[in-house]
Design a protein around this ligand. Structure first.
Ligand code: UD1
Length: 422
């Protein structure tokens, strides 16, 4: 297995291009299942999760081609040959469950494996199931698979989500595009990835209003056509690389970034003493490399502070002046990076969903292990300013969500390399 070796070596300067959003792309790709006509996605990120979704769609009968060095995905689902999302694929990636709504809407039935346990918590699917049942689906759990049927077709309904789940909002929005009549999703998730999916579905002929607010209205249509859609910028990759010049010092412009994608994160940086400038080409972050002020962070649904930036923020706060607290409210068990950061000299106490971080002068490089996607990149960030060498193993987690990490960070002057494992 490959590892990444990073050596703290001072300020970072230059530009980092930010890719299209993994989480948006993973919801946009299954939208192909709703239509017989082609869906072209541009600005797609080059990640193993995207490859996994491609394999899943192909297993259902979709044609999928990667063009222009994998930045463009050409998808077509003229004929579906299967409605079964196999455990072998779903267990690798929870977002596989996003085929459930589209398959049910297009084919009238679907068999989708439950994702099973996940490293960052239980992650059930009850909200997806409740919503689809409101649309008229009958869903049974058998042999670890959800068997969903909509014999008379889906029918529009009023759905009040128990929690604004991102995946459930996406699944229900896709299913409702082809339902008879109108659907209202209240307490809907408001993440930019939801807005991006609604824009794409509307380009395909859907009638969706209110995406980005907590009330989404969908007027069902008989069929959807094709579309070409540009995937929105990845706000999590953006926030991650914005932290690099804060941790190591320097002046970095993250190309493609806009403030609206990361407003709550930028507010926390301001509280910590870091200012961010919107340049028209992206977001520019300058910092002298001195210790930031301690801050308290609580993860929340959008527009609150994203759980997917919690680990990276913790990496920064390990060397802040004072004591910071991080409250994780979205996922249980999402502090697995904490013991790894402690191996690098950080002072962190975790109790339930709260981590108390006492800033130290400087971290020290160490061999550490990536435990999940965001945890792995937090260790790389920590390594950028640590004394000596940090070796991050199990970087396959990183390949799920960060394209060309080594190229992007070495492009601004970081000392980082990928070492092939056996
Ligand atoms: C998406 C993102 C993930 C991000 C998360 C929260 C994708 C592919 N992934 O995941 O990176 O961390 O949003 O911003 O977009 N829940 C239930 N029942 C359900 C559904 C969810 O209890 O039916 C719970 C989950 O266990 C979790 C919380 O709701 O505790 C948030 O989950 P959700 O918003 O659904 O996240 P995902 O869509 O899985």
């Amino acid at each position: 297995m490959d590892s990444i070796v990073v050596t703290g070596n001072g300020p970072l300067n230059g530009e980092i291009p930010i890719a299209g959003a993994k989480n948006a792309c993973l919801a946009l790709m299954p939208a192909t299942l709703l239509s017989e006509e082609p869906l072209i996605l541009t600005n797609a990120p080059r990640l193993s999760d995207i490859a996994t979704m491609t394999v899943l769609l192909q297993s259902l009968g979709a044609d999928a081609a990667s063009l222009q060095n994998d930045k463009v995905l050409a998808l077509s689902s003229h004929d579906l040959t299967s409605t079964r999302a196999d455990y072998d694929i779903v267990r690798k990636m929870r977002a596989s469950n996003l085929v459930l709504g589209p398959l049910l809407a297009r084919a009238g039935h679907a068999e989708v494996s439950l994702p099973g346990g996940c490293a960052i918590g239980a992650r059930p699917m009850d909200i997806h199931i409740d919503g689809l049942e409101k649309l008229g689906a009958v869903i049974d759990l058998k042999d670890g698979y959800l068997h969903a049927k909509a014999p008379g077709g889906l029918k529009g309904a009023v759905i009040d989500l128990a929690f604004p789940s991102v995946g459930a909002t996406e699944n229900l929005m896709m299913a409702a595009t082809l339902a008879k009549g109108s659907t209202v999703i209240s307490n809907a998730a408001r993440e930019p990835e939801i807005v991006d999916l609604a824009r794409c579905l509307n380009a395909m002929g859907a009638q969706i209003e209110g995406a980005g607010t907590d009330r989404i209205e969908i007027q069902g249509v008989d069929r959807l056509g094709g579309a070409t859609h540009r995937v929105v910028t990845d706000r999590i990759e953006l926030g991650t690389y914005m932290l690099a010049p804060v941790i190591a010092g320097g002046d970095v412009e993250c190309l493609g970034g806009t403030l609206d994608l990361v407003a709550s994160f930028v507010d926390k940086l301001a509280e910590a003493g870091v200012s961010v400038e919107e340049t028209g080409r992206g977001l520019r972050v300058r910092h002298d490399g001195g210790r930031v002020r301690a801050v308290d962070v609580t993860t929340e649904v959008f527009p609150g502070f994203p759980t997917d930036l919690q680990a990276q923020m913790m990496a920064l706060l390990t060397t802040a002046q004072g004591v910071s607290t991080l409250h994780e409210t979205i996922f249980e068990n999402r502090f697995m990076h904490a013991p790894e950061l402690v191996r690098m000299g950080a002072e962190i106490e975790v109790q339930g969903g709260t981590a108390r971080v006492t800033g130290v002068e400087r971290l020290k490089g160490a061999p550490v292990m990536a435990t999940d996607l965001r945890a792995s990149v937090s260790l790389i960030l920590a390594g950028l300013a640590a004394e000596g060498e940090t070796v991050v193993s199990r970087v396959y987690h990183l390949d799920r969500g960060y394209e060309h990490v080594v190229r992007k960070l070495s492009g601004v002057g970081a000392k980082i390399e990928r070492v092939k494992g056996t």
